[in-house]
Design a protein around this ligand. Structure first.
Ligand code: PRP
Ligand code: URA
Length: 209
């Protein structure tokens, strides 16, 4: 594991992850839960966001208030399942820009296959907050972060709801400089690379495929 790992084991996060895991939870509820968990995790993952002074007037008096610096962070969604988390982070940081990285796991090899990248031109100068609910082998996240670094991005945070110990070790090996925030660490991966006990396939469950 890594010094850069934070497990956000807040009771609300744990409770909502348990509801997510339940195989009876339908897509519409699943998406709502992922969005809420992403919001709760964002609270912790954005603790070091930069603030600047802004002069304002309250109804009572002038004051120098602290507001988010511009430009704000870039939110990076690893498709598809990252999109379910993205909405939650955007709820809290509506002025953020968004990048989409298309990556899927080859079902046989479990290697990450990258198929698209779309983001704003100034990503290298900004904090990039990457979201994907699942960190199993970590191949997908590792590939996404390598893609960002190859485009000059240096300030990165990764937020995942569920992780396997195998994925945490691989992630720490590949990107020891990137702070990683997870909601829970499960027991292990099975022979097909699924997290046990996990929650199944996050993309399929979120989007009903
Ligand atoms: C899922 C998930 C992660 C990846 C995690 O995506 O959203 O991106 O698997 O597994 P890994 O850590 O072993 O790489 P998937 O490949 O199912 O793509 P999808 O979201 O498009 O369905
Ligand atoms: N991707 C998922 O969606 N679920 C897992 O358990 C592993 C990878």
């Amino acid at each position: 594991m890594t010094d850069n790992l934070t497990v956000i084991d807040h009771p609300l996060v744990r409770h909502k992850i348990s509801l997510l895991r339940d195989k009876e939870t339908k897509s519409v509820v699943f998406r709502a839960l992922v969005r809420e968990i992403a919001q709760l995790m964002t609270f912790e993952a954005t603790r070091e966001l930069q603030l600047v002074d802004r002069d304002i007037e309250t109804p009572m008096a002038p004051m120098t208030a602290r507001v988010l610096a511009n430009p704000g962070p870039v939110l990076v969604s690893i498709l598809r399942a990252g999109n379910a988390m993205l909405d939650g982070v955007l709820d809290l940081i509506p002025t953020a820009s968004v990048s989409h990285i298309g990556v899927y796991r080859d079902h046989e090899t479990l290697e990450a296959v990258e198929y698209s990248f779309n983001g704003p031109p100034d990503i290298a100068d900004r904090l990039n907050i990457v979201v994907d609910p699942m960190l199993a082998t970590a191949n997908s996240s590792i590939a996404a972060l390598s893609q960002l670094k190859s485009r000059g991005v240096r300030d990165i945070r990764m937020v995942s709801i569920l992780a396997a110990p195998e994925g945490l070790a691989a992630f720490a090996d590949a990107h020891p400089d990137v702070p990683l925030f997870v909601g829970a660490v499960d027991e292990r991966l099975n022979e097909k690379g699924y997290i046990i006990p996990g929650l199944g396939d996050a993309g399929d469950r979120a989007f009903g495929t």
